[in-house]
Design a protein around this ligand. Sequence first.
Ligand SMILES: O=P(O)(O)OC[C@@H](O)[C@@H](O)c1c[nH]c2ccccc12
Length: 267
Amino acid sequence: MHYSILHILNTTKTRIQAFGPDVRKEGPQPQFQKRDFIAAVAAARAEGRVPVIAEVKPASPGKSFREIKPALAAELAWEMEEAGAVAISVLTEPGVFHGSLENLKEVRKTVCLPVLRKDFIIDKVQLEEEGSDLVLLIAGILGKELGEFVELAIEKGFEPLVEVHSMEELEFALETKARIIGINNRNFETLEIDLATTEKLAPLIREFDLDHGTSHIIISESGMNSSVDVRRVMQAGADAVLIGSALMESDSIFEKTKEFVQSFCWR
Ligand SMILES: O=P(O)(O)OC[C@@H](O)[C@@H](O)c1c[nH]c2ccccc12
């Protein structure tokens, strides 16, 4: 695994041990009505929009985009929503990605869209932290514990998005109750991007669904910069895309989100 990911896992562990989950500091959070991501994807598709999960991402390993405090996070998310995004992803990992739970809460308060918590969930105690509709669970990090984390997330009212990068991880993911599978085009070992990852794995999910009478939502994640990239992964069978860097690097979050939203025609 890339050194920066190992670093994140270590610091996340230390942080949980030192402080506990946010919920312990703040007391129980008010229960809120969850927003239905699967319905939002269906609605976008019916309207001819590409379901784009737009990500509020202050930094990534070795790269800093901009400092994002809660007020700016909310402003960016609002632009993404106005431009037709189907959901907002908010980085909450504070070390390498410079994210925060405060950003997540402010975004959730501002927009009407479902919100995904983008973090490295390695301890069940993190699922006590409220604030999002969906939660990311990374198959390559959770390994054999993935199924348990998926069930606990569902029990806590989250929609789990299980992220995979290889056939082995996909097999694990398909054994769980997760309805949403994210195919990460970025390799965590090398941080290299290859959109062919979606072309390789998406058909396997479709095949599994046909054989088992199930239906998964497939999200292609990472490394898309243009409408050409989006068309490529949609043609490979993705139902939705997750985009961060290209939005953060653009001059207009609104225009760039719109470009992705309009980049593929369903008919
Ligand atoms: O910035 P990109 O290349 O558009 O990628 C977005 C998203 O897929 C990426 O941020 C991501 C995918 N899986 C993760 C897990 C943790 C943190 C971040 C991520």
